[in-house]
Write a protein that binds this ligand. Structure first.
Ligand SMILES: *Cc1c(COP(=O)(O)O)cnc(C)c1O
Length: 376
């Protein structure tokens, strides 16, 4: 059996080791320190926002974002249904009610369905819009729906570091944006996240909440309760080295997509996630759908053939409105995310994939179609 090909493994070089060792040798083994400051400053510059706060995960970032915006018991929060559960569990943990919004043809939140949700649910106090698989949602259309009602937007850019919308970096437009540096994301700190905002007040409050809401006193004084959510200085060193590689990582992931697109788009029934003309998609993951009626094979047959060849591929996210833990919450649906889950597949997309690796994936997929023609 040849080496397995993973979906999206971390991609680490000597610079990462060097900076982490520097952090160790400086003895800053704490959830604050000079590497946290540098990582925040450089990340803020890349995104084009004045304030960035490093935290221990993307999910922690959303928990803090909802908290500082005052979202709590009985409030409703509109959120993309086609996403990872980390976009939703903090809403429920705050005692709020998620309202799941379906996707449009770009796979991201449908602004028209969001508008319908805001009409039907006057208790919606915030919108969490996900930038899926490295592609920006249509932020102007979503803002046009939210702004007149004074509803703040939280951008879940966990999968979209480096993606742009009309020339601006995603995460910079909402009241609050956040990123994930989980091991499978385009840049990683093993576990980690970043909150970005244009508001100094929000940034200061987030920083305080993330460090147990400690008041500025020599003893431990707590007027409100917070969390232990800061990023360790060691991991910030890793993040700093990774961040400097971001443009290269985007190029490498887009190259994966171009290769798959060139060799697989002619297969009957295959359609890649469309790219919005409004921005740059990083192609964090290359994703496609397989229409079984046209293709004569379905997603599961293809996925299992890849597994048998030692290649990790996964179905597109299972929508939140279909999750046993969440399906009692309100929805505004069109059927799009159901279809994307039924037919969607994520191909190996790591930035260290070689042309040989990509060729192995392409050949394994092409074999499924060739075999199905023989059977017919
Ligand atoms: C990864 C991810 C998160 C959560 O980030 P963690 O750092 O893993 O907590 C949230 N939303 C989306 C869309 C993600 O892909």
């Amino acid at each position: 059996m040849p080496q397995p090909i993973l979906l999206s493994p971390p991609h680490i070089g000597p610079e990462e080791t060097e900076l982490v060792v520097q952090a160790m040798q400086s003895n800053w083994i704490a959830p604050v320190g000079p590497f946290v400051d540098r990582f925040e400053a450089e990340f803020g510059r890349v995104v084009g926002v004045p304030h960035a706060v490093a935290v221990c995960s993307g999910t922690a970032a959303l928990q803090l974002a909802l908290h500082v915006l005052g979202i709590g018991q009985g409030d409703e929060v509109a959120v993309s249904t086609l996403t990872f559960v980390g976009s939703v569990s903090p809403i429920v943990h705050r005692g709020a009610v998620p309202v799941f919004i379906d996707s449009d043809s770009t796979w991201n939140m449908d602004p028209d369905l969001l508008e319908e949700a805001l009409r039907r649910h006057p208790r919606i106090k915030a919108v969490v819009v996900v930038h899926l698989y490295g592609q920006s949602a249509d932020l102007d259309a979503i803002r046009a729906v939210c702004e007149p009602r004074g509803i703040p937007i939280i951008e879940d850019a966990a999968e979209a570091a480096g993606a742009t919308y009309k020339g601006r970096h995603v995460g910079a437009d909402g009241a609050i944006g956040y990123f994930s540096f989980n091991g499978n994301k385009i840049i990683t700190t093993s576990n980690g996240g970043m909150i970005v905002t244009g508001s100094a007040d929000i940034a200061n409050h987030v920083r305080k909440l993330a460090t147990h809401a400690r008041e500025p006193a020599s003893y431990y004084e707590h007027i409100e309760l917070g969390y232990n959510f800061r990023l360790s200085n060691l991991l910030a060193a890793l993040g700093l080295a990774q961040l400097r590689r971001l443009p290269q990582r985007i190029e490498q992931r887009r190259r994966n997509f171009a290769y798959y697109n060139e060799h697989l788009s002619n297969l009957s029934g295959v359609r890649f996630m469309p790219e919005s003309p409004l921005g740059t998609c990083t192609r964090w993951l290359t994703t496609l759908t397989i229409d079984p009626h046209v293709a004569g094979v379905d997603r599961e047959v293809v996925r299992q053939a890849l597994t048998a060849a030692g290649i990790e591929a996964r179905p597109v996210w299972k929508p939140m409105h279909l999750q046993p833990a969440l399906r009692h919450f309100p929805t505004v649906l069109s059927g799009t995310s159901d279809r994307l889950f039924a037919h969607g597949l994520c191909l190996p997309s790591g930035s260290a994939l070689t042309t040989d690796d990509l060729d192995r994936v392409v050949t394994a997929v092409q074999h499924v179609w060739a075999a199905s023609v023989v059977k017919k």
